[in-house]
Ligand binder design. Structure first.
Ligand code: NDP
Ligand code: 2IT
Length: 449
């Protein structure tokens, strides 16, 4: 084994020894580190500087108690977290996730991904992630508000426009950001607009932020397909999820002329042979906060199937996993490829398992990895921070143009690095090297920290 492969293996062994239960974190670190070996071989100084050991250890982790009362005055206790992973190139930046599955392993994996994703955007943002095991499902608006206020009552002391800027993720959308912002403002007694992104348009939010991740995913996939002279027009697309990312991925895929035939939630999936009706999805999920099974009642020709993994059994040309981590395993990957799928674009964070990614690459599937393909959301978050600093609001078209440009640059950067390091279609390696390079250079320049 080469010296750098050994180095990577040693660091992977170290994180497993330190935190044996953090499987999601181990998986994402393995994906990144094993793919940057060719870069490390050309830049041996990073081994001498113990760069990998430094990068896998968060700057700091905050965990705290969140006590709140439901509408019946019953007290509940949840756990809150913020993982401040790396601030080499800017203030910590990354979403908050409210979901019962949230734990330190999941947040460390998300924060680690975020560091390199944010680096790829070309904008000055470091990486972090946070959240809680609170489940917003079935809670009243008032309960969500009280939870958000209790959460921010502790979080506020750890964040700030130049320190750490949270945003949304699973279970945290415009409603939650509004309640969080209100509480921050009340405690600080100052209007620090850029302390959170994904804000409402009436109080410092950016146009296009809601659409940015889904639209950005399609801009990235289009760049990847254009380079191969493949058109999105009339392609059959399977999307998983029906939340923020999935909704706007479906909308943009349809604008590009593709036919999206599926969407899903954690209970099951919809197959609509006529193409998913995005107005219905928005009505069910954004307005009524309902379940995707209701789609079938409105469109009786469609089919609802229990079990979300079945979504990958549907024949498609392009698969866009936009729900959650490790939702697409090797078995699903084999089904997709067996049914003729040639393109995978990751809207969610780490939706494909490591063996699924390896299989896609081996089979010549054009694969757009999450940290590059879904970076549009955080990129527009950074543009929201810029607008807040300027005290100006840009138009939808202005922000959308910048988003397109950023996604195209991310694609080119990943592609160039894939070519330079000898595996031209391997955008996993290309994106990881491109993202790593900037953070490593910045850390190196700042001394031993
Ligand atoms: P939302 O909360 O808006 O939607 C999440 C969707 O995924 C819902 O349809 C949800 O279904 C489904 N889902 C959640 N957990 C599971 C699960 N365990 N199994 C199956 N389905 C599940 O979140 P987002 O759309 O914002 O986030 C989706 C993904 O995209 C996440 O991986 C997130 O980290 C990533 N992402 C988000 C960005 C953003 O700007 N929002 C930016 C970049 C990445 P249900 O209603 O049943 O829970
Ligand atoms: O995973 C992600 O990039 C996000 N959830 C968006 C983070 C942000 O700060 O906008």
């Amino acid at each position: 084994m080469s010296e750098m492969k050994n180095y990577v293996e040693d660091v992977l062994a170290l994180i497993k020894k330190r935190d044996p239960d953090q499987v999601e974190f181990h998986n994402t670190v393995k994906e990144v580190l094993t793919s940057i070996v060719p870069f490390l071989e050309k830049n041996p100084k990073y081994k001498a500087e113990k760069m990998l050991e430094r990068m896998v250890e968060p700057d700091r982790i905050v965990t705290f108690r969140v006590a709140w009362q439901d509408d019946k005055n019953v007290t509940h206790i949840n756990r809150g977290y913020r993982v401040q992973m790396n601030s080499a190139i800017g203030p910590y930046k990354g979403g908050l996730r409210f979901h019962p599955s949230v734990n330190l392993s999941i947040l460390k994996f998300l924060a680690f991904e975020q560091v390199f994703k944010n680096s790829l955007t070309g904008l000055p943002i470091g990486g972090g992630k946070g959240g809680s095991d609170f489940d917003p499902k079935g809670k009243s608006d008032n309960e969500v508000m009280r939870f958000c206020q209790a959460f921010m009552t502790e979080l506020y002391r750890h964040i700030g426009p130049h320190v750490d800027v949270p945003a949304g993720d699973i279970g945290v959308g415009g409603r939650e950001i509004g309640y969080l912002f209100g509480q921050y403002k009340r405690i600080r007694d100052a209007y620090d607009a850029a302390v959170l992104t994904g804000k409402g348009l009436t109080y410092g939010g950016s146009l296009t932020r809601t659409e940015a991740t889904g639209y950005g995913l399609l801009y990235f996939v289009k760049n990847m397909l254009d380079a191969k002279n493949i058109s999105l027009k009339d392609k059959l697309v399977s999307v998983s999820g029906s939340g923020n990312v999935a909704t706007y991925a479906i909308e943009k895929a349809q604008e590009f002329g593709a036919k999206v035939v599926t969407c899903s939630d954690s209970n099951g999936y919809i197959y609509d042979p006529d193409g998913i009706d995005i107005v219905t999805v928005k009505k069910i999920k954004e307005v009524e906060r309902g379940r995707i099974s209701e789609y079938e009642e409105i469109h009786p020709h469609s089919e609802y199937h229990e079990g979300c993994r079945g979504v990958w059994d549907v024949k498609c040309d392009i698969a866009l996993p936009c729900a959650t981590q490790e939702e697409l395993d090797l078995e699903s990957a084999k089904k997709l490829v067996g049914n003729g799928c040639q393109v995978v674009g990751e809207g969610a964070n780490m939706p494909s398992t490591l063996d699924a990614i390896e299989y896609f690459l081996r089979k010549g599937v054009l694969f757009a990895p999450a940290k590059a393909a879904n970076a549009g959301g955080v990129a527009v978050s950074a543009l929201e921070m810029s607008q807040n600093s300027e005290r100006l609001s840009w138009t939808f078209e202005q922000v959308d143009e910048k988003l397109k440009d950023i996604m195209s640059k991310i694609y080119q950067n990943a592609k160039q690095n894939a070519e330079e390091f000898g595996d031209p279609d391997n955008l996993v390696m290309g994106a990881n090297i491109a993202g790593f390079k900037k953070v490593a250079e910045a850390m190196s320049a700042q001394g031993i920290v």
